[in-house]
Design a protein around this ligand. Sequence first.
Ligand SMILES: Nc1ncnc2c1ncn2[C@@H]1O[C@H](COP(=O)(O)OP(=O)(O)OP(=O)(O)O)[C@@H](O)[C@H]1O
Length: 257
Amino acid sequence: MTAALQVDGLTRAYGALRAVDDVTLTVRAGARHALIGPNGAGKSTMFKLLSGEIRPTGGRIRYFGEDITRRSQPRRARMRIAQTYQHSSVFMPLTVAENVALAAQRVQGIGTVWWRGAGRYPDRTAAAREALAAVGLAERSGDLVSSLSHGERRQLELALALAARPRLLLLDEPTAGMSATESADFVELVKALPDELTVIIVEHDLDVVFSLATDISVLHHGRLLATGAPAEVSADPAVQDAYLSWSATDDDLEEIE
Ligand SMILES: Nc1ncnc2c1ncn2[C@@H]1O[C@H](COP(=O)(O)OP(=O)(O)OP(=O)(O)O)[C@@H](O)[C@H]1O
Protein backbone atom coordinates (compact mmCIF):
# COMPACT_ATOMS: atom_id res chain seq x y z
CA MET A 1 0.00 0.00 0.00
CA THR A 2 1.32 3.46 -0.89
CA ALA A 3 0.66 6.01 1.84
CA ALA A 4 -0.25 9.50 0.67
CA LEU A 5 0.05 10.65 4.27
CA GLN A 6 1.61 9.05 7.29
CA VAL A 7 0.81 10.92 10.48
CA ASP A 8 2.75 9.92 13.62
CA GLY A 9 1.95 11.09 17.13
CA LEU A 10 0.53 14.36 15.80
CA THR A 11 -0.31 16.77 18.61
CA ARG A 12 -1.45 20.37 18.80
CA ALA A 13 -1.77 21.82 22.28
CA TYR A 14 -3.32 25.15 23.24
CA GLY A 15 -2.05 25.59 26.78
CA ALA A 16 -3.30 22.59 28.73
CA LEU A 17 -5.82 21.62 26.02
CA ARG A 18 -4.70 19.11 23.41
CA ALA A 19 -6.96 19.89 20.44
CA VAL A 20 -5.23 17.04 18.56
CA ASP A 21 -3.66 14.50 20.86
CA ASP A 22 -1.07 11.97 19.73
CA VAL A 23 -2.83 10.96 16.50
CA THR A 24 -1.22 8.26 14.39
CA LEU A 25 -2.90 7.31 11.12
CA THR A 26 -2.26 6.42 7.50
CA VAL A 27 -4.11 7.86 4.52
CA ARG A 28 -3.84 5.50 1.58
CA ALA A 29 -3.00 6.95 -1.83
CA GLY A 30 -6.23 7.27 -3.83
CA ALA A 31 -8.46 7.02 -0.74
CA ARG A 32 -11.53 9.12 -0.07
CA HIS A 33 -10.73 9.49 3.60
CA ALA A 34 -13.25 11.17 5.91
CA LEU A 35 -12.37 12.76 9.24
CA ILE A 36 -15.39 12.79 11.51
CA GLY A 37 -16.19 13.31 15.17
CA PRO A 38 -18.46 15.19 17.55
CA ASN A 39 -18.21 18.99 17.93
CA GLY A 40 -14.87 20.03 19.37
CA ALA A 41 -13.28 16.65 18.54
CA GLY A 42 -10.32 18.27 16.79
CA LYS A 43 -11.30 17.89 13.11
CA SER A 44 -10.62 21.52 12.10
CA THR A 45 -7.35 21.52 14.01
CA MET A 46 -6.32 18.30 12.27
CA PHE A 47 -7.28 19.80 8.90
CA LYS A 48 -5.18 22.91 9.57
CA LEU A 49 -2.22 20.77 10.63
CA LEU A 50 -2.43 18.83 7.36
CA SER A 51 -2.80 21.95 5.19
CA GLY A 52 0.08 23.68 6.98
CA GLU A 53 -2.04 26.55 8.30
CA ILE A 54 -0.83 25.75 11.82
CA ARG A 55 2.18 23.86 13.16
CA PRO A 56 1.99 20.86 15.48
CA THR A 57 3.43 20.99 18.96
CA GLY A 58 4.46 17.35 18.54
CA GLY A 59 4.62 14.54 16.03
CA ARG A 60 5.31 14.24 12.34
CA ILE A 61 3.56 14.32 8.95
CA ARG A 62 4.99 12.53 5.93
CA TYR A 63 3.57 13.08 2.44
CA PHE A 64 4.42 10.32 -0.01
CA GLY A 65 7.37 9.52 2.25
CA GLU A 66 8.65 13.10 2.55
CA ASP A 67 8.64 14.85 5.93
CA ILE A 68 6.49 17.98 5.53
CA THR A 69 5.91 18.68 9.24
CA ARG A 70 7.71 22.04 9.11
CA ARG A 71 6.76 22.97 5.55
CA SER A 72 4.69 26.15 5.14
CA GLN A 73 1.23 26.18 3.58
CA PRO A 74 2.46 27.78 0.27
CA ARG A 75 5.25 25.22 0.08
CA ARG A 76 2.74 22.40 0.57
CA ALA A 77 0.56 23.96 -2.13
CA ARG A 78 3.50 23.81 -4.51
CA MET A 79 3.88 20.14 -3.56
CA ARG A 80 0.34 19.76 -4.94
CA ILE A 81 -1.58 19.69 -1.68
CA ALA A 82 -4.74 21.69 -2.44
CA GLN A 83 -7.64 22.62 -0.22
CA THR A 84 -11.09 24.13 -0.15
CA TYR A 85 -12.12 26.52 2.60
CA GLN A 86 -15.22 26.75 4.79
CA HIS A 87 -15.51 30.44 3.95
CA SER A 88 -15.84 31.39 0.31
CA SER A 89 -12.65 32.16 -1.55
CA VAL A 90 -14.18 33.14 -4.91
CA PHE A 91 -14.02 36.62 -6.45
CA MET A 92 -17.58 37.74 -7.05
CA PRO A 93 -16.95 40.43 -9.72
CA LEU A 94 -15.06 37.97 -11.95
CA THR A 95 -16.35 35.27 -14.25
CA VAL A 96 -16.22 31.58 -13.45
CA ALA A 97 -13.35 31.03 -15.92
CA GLU A 98 -11.38 34.03 -14.61
CA ASN A 99 -11.62 32.70 -11.05
CA VAL A 100 -10.27 29.30 -12.00
CA ALA A 101 -7.51 30.74 -14.22
CA LEU A 102 -6.46 32.95 -11.32
CA ALA A 103 -6.29 29.95 -8.99
CA ALA A 104 -4.27 27.95 -11.53
CA GLN A 105 -1.78 30.80 -11.89
CA ARG A 106 -1.56 31.64 -8.19
CA VAL A 107 -0.43 28.18 -7.18
CA GLN A 108 2.36 28.32 -9.74
CA GLY A 109 3.67 31.53 -8.23
CA ILE A 110 2.83 34.06 -10.95
CA GLY A 111 0.30 35.74 -8.70
CA THR A 112 -0.82 39.12 -9.80
CA VAL A 113 0.18 39.10 -13.46
CA TRP A 114 -2.99 37.21 -14.40
CA TRP A 115 -4.44 40.20 -16.27
CA ARG A 116 -1.75 39.86 -18.94
CA GLY A 117 -4.11 37.38 -20.50
CA ALA A 118 -4.67 33.70 -20.12
CA GLY A 119 -3.30 33.09 -23.63
CA ARG A 120 0.23 33.65 -22.29
CA TYR A 121 -0.14 30.64 -20.03
CA PRO A 122 -1.53 27.80 -22.17
CA ASP A 123 -0.74 25.20 -19.52
CA ARG A 124 -2.72 27.01 -16.87
CA THR A 125 -5.58 27.64 -19.26
CA ALA A 126 -5.78 23.91 -19.91
CA ALA A 127 -5.70 23.18 -16.16
CA ALA A 128 -8.48 25.71 -15.61
CA ARG A 129 -10.60 24.22 -18.41
CA GLU A 130 -10.14 20.68 -17.09
CA ALA A 131 -11.04 21.77 -13.56
CA LEU A 132 -14.26 23.40 -14.74
CA ALA A 133 -15.21 20.34 -16.77
CA ALA A 134 -14.53 18.08 -13.75
CA VAL A 135 -17.04 19.99 -11.60
CA GLY A 136 -19.63 20.34 -14.37
CA LEU A 137 -19.30 24.11 -14.75
CA ALA A 138 -17.80 24.24 -18.26
CA GLU A 139 -21.01 25.70 -19.67
CA ARG A 140 -20.95 28.51 -17.11
CA SER A 141 -17.37 29.64 -17.90
CA GLY A 142 -18.32 33.11 -19.10
CA ASP A 143 -20.90 33.81 -16.35
CA LEU A 144 -20.23 36.07 -13.40
CA VAL A 145 -19.78 34.23 -10.11
CA SER A 146 -22.54 36.39 -8.63
CA SER A 147 -25.03 34.64 -10.93
CA LEU A 148 -24.22 31.15 -9.55
CA SER A 149 -26.36 29.34 -6.98
CA HIS A 150 -24.85 28.42 -3.59
CA GLY A 151 -24.27 24.84 -4.75
CA GLU A 152 -22.60 26.00 -7.96
CA ARG A 153 -20.31 28.31 -5.98
CA ARG A 154 -19.21 25.34 -3.88
CA GLN A 155 -18.55 23.44 -7.13
CA LEU A 156 -16.46 26.39 -8.26
CA GLU A 157 -14.49 26.26 -4.98
CA LEU A 158 -13.71 22.65 -5.83
CA ALA A 159 -12.61 23.70 -9.33
CA LEU A 160 -10.26 26.32 -7.80
CA ALA A 161 -8.55 23.56 -5.82
CA LEU A 162 -8.45 21.17 -8.80
CA ALA A 163 -6.88 23.84 -11.03
CA ALA A 164 -3.67 23.29 -9.04
CA ARG A 165 -3.66 19.67 -10.32
CA PRO A 166 -3.34 18.33 -6.78
CA ARG A 167 -2.10 14.95 -5.63
CA LEU A 168 -3.81 15.45 -2.28
CA LEU A 169 -7.05 17.39 -1.93
CA LEU A 170 -8.30 18.58 1.48
CA LEU A 171 -12.01 19.40 1.63
CA ASP A 172 -13.26 21.35 4.64
CA GLU A 173 -16.99 20.76 5.14
CA PRO A 174 -17.67 21.13 1.42
CA THR A 175 -21.42 20.48 1.64
CA ALA A 176 -22.11 23.01 4.42
CA GLY A 177 -25.21 25.02 3.52
CA MET A 178 -26.10 22.79 0.54
CA SER A 179 -29.55 21.32 -0.07
CA ALA A 180 -29.88 17.51 -0.01
CA THR A 181 -29.88 17.42 -3.83
CA GLU A 182 -26.83 19.67 -4.06
CA SER A 183 -25.00 17.47 -1.52
CA ALA A 184 -25.85 14.32 -3.47
CA ASP A 185 -24.59 15.93 -6.70
CA PHE A 186 -21.42 17.01 -4.91
CA VAL A 187 -20.79 13.45 -3.72
CA GLU A 188 -21.04 12.25 -7.34
CA LEU A 189 -18.50 14.90 -8.42
CA VAL A 190 -16.00 13.83 -5.78
CA LYS A 191 -16.54 10.15 -6.60
CA ALA A 192 -15.77 10.87 -10.25
CA LEU A 193 -12.42 12.56 -9.53
CA PRO A 194 -9.37 10.64 -10.79
CA ASP A 195 -8.57 7.49 -8.82
CA GLU A 196 -4.98 8.55 -8.22
CA LEU A 197 -6.09 11.71 -6.41
CA THR A 198 -6.20 11.29 -2.62
CA VAL A 199 -9.05 13.15 -0.93
CA ILE A 200 -9.40 13.97 2.77
CA ILE A 201 -12.76 15.34 3.75
CA VAL A 202 -13.89 16.87 7.04
CA GLU A 203 -17.65 16.55 7.01
CA HIS A 204 -20.50 16.72 9.50
CA ASP A 205 -23.11 15.17 7.22
CA LEU A 206 -22.85 11.43 7.84
CA ASP A 207 -24.94 10.63 4.72
CA VAL A 208 -22.26 12.35 2.66
CA VAL A 209 -19.51 10.56 4.60
CA PHE A 210 -20.98 7.09 4.21
CA SER A 211 -21.82 7.50 0.51
CA LEU A 212 -18.34 8.78 -0.31
CA ALA A 213 -15.66 7.53 2.06
CA THR A 214 -13.46 4.52 1.43
CA ASP A 215 -11.85 5.09 4.86
CA ILE A 216 -13.04 6.90 7.97
CA SER A 217 -11.09 8.20 10.96
CA VAL A 218 -13.03 9.22 14.04
CA LEU A 219 -11.67 11.82 16.43
CA HIS A 220 -12.98 12.34 19.94
CA HIS A 221 -11.50 14.81 22.45
CA GLY A 222 -8.51 15.18 20.11
CA ARG A 223 -7.70 11.48 20.10
CA LEU A 224 -8.13 8.96 17.33
CA LEU A 225 -11.00 6.72 18.37
CA ALA A 226 -11.05 4.47 15.30
CA THR A 227 -9.79 4.33 11.72
CA GLY A 228 -10.57 1.94 8.88
CA ALA A 229 -13.24 0.92 6.40
CA PRO A 230 -16.70 2.49 6.93
CA ALA A 231 -18.35 -0.80 7.97
CA GLU A 232 -15.65 -1.53 10.56
CA VAL A 233 -15.69 1.98 11.98
CA SER A 234 -19.48 2.24 12.25
CA ALA A 235 -19.60 -1.14 14.04
CA ASP A 236 -17.00 -0.04 16.59
CA PRO A 237 -18.62 0.20 20.06
CA ALA A 238 -16.39 3.13 21.08
CA VAL A 239 -17.55 5.08 18.00
CA GLN A 240 -21.18 4.24 18.67
CA ASP A 241 -20.79 5.45 22.28
CA ALA A 242 -19.17 8.73 21.20
CA TYR A 243 -21.91 9.41 18.64
CA LEU A 244 -24.74 8.32 20.91
CA SER A 245 -23.63 10.66 23.66
CA TRP A 246 -23.21 13.39 21.06
CA SER A 247 -26.72 12.95 19.56
CA ALA A 248 -28.29 12.70 23.01
CA THR A 249 -26.80 16.10 23.85
CA ASP A 250 -28.03 17.55 20.55
CA ASP A 251 -31.55 16.22 21.11
CA ASP A 252 -31.59 17.62 24.62
CA LEU A 253 -30.58 21.01 23.25
CA GLU A 254 -33.33 20.88 20.63
CA GLU A 255 -35.92 20.11 23.30
CA ILE A 256 -34.83 23.11 25.32
CA GLU A 257 -35.02 25.48 22.31
N1 LIG B 1 -6.89 28.59 18.38
C1 LIG B 1 -7.37 27.90 19.42
N2 LIG B 1 -7.11 28.29 20.69
C2 LIG B 1 -7.57 27.58 21.74
N3 LIG B 1 -8.34 26.46 21.63
C3 LIG B 1 -8.63 26.04 20.40
C4 LIG B 1 -8.17 26.73 19.22
N4 LIG B 1 -8.64 26.05 18.13
C5 LIG B 1 -9.35 25.01 18.59
N5 LIG B 1 -9.35 25.00 19.94
C6 LIG B 1 -10.03 24.01 20.81
O1 LIG B 1 -9.63 22.74 20.39
C7 LIG B 1 -10.72 21.80 20.45
C8 LIG B 1 -10.91 21.19 19.08
O2 LIG B 1 -11.42 22.20 18.22
P1 LIG B 1 -11.68 21.95 16.66
O3 LIG B 1 -12.22 23.22 16.10
O4 LIG B 1 -10.47 21.37 16.04
O5 LIG B 1 -12.83 20.84 16.72
P2 LIG B 1 -13.84 20.37 15.57
O6 LIG B 1 -13.92 18.88 15.69
O7 LIG B 1 -13.45 20.93 14.26
O8 LIG B 1 -15.20 21.02 16.06
P3 LIG B 1 -16.51 21.46 15.20
O9 LIG B 1 -17.13 20.21 14.69
O10 LIG B 1 -17.36 22.11 16.26
O11 LIG B 1 -16.06 22.41 14.13
C9 LIG B 1 -11.91 22.59 20.97
O12 LIG B 1 -12.01 22.38 22.36
C10 LIG B 1 -11.56 24.02 20.64
O13 LIG B 1 -12.17 24.93 21.55
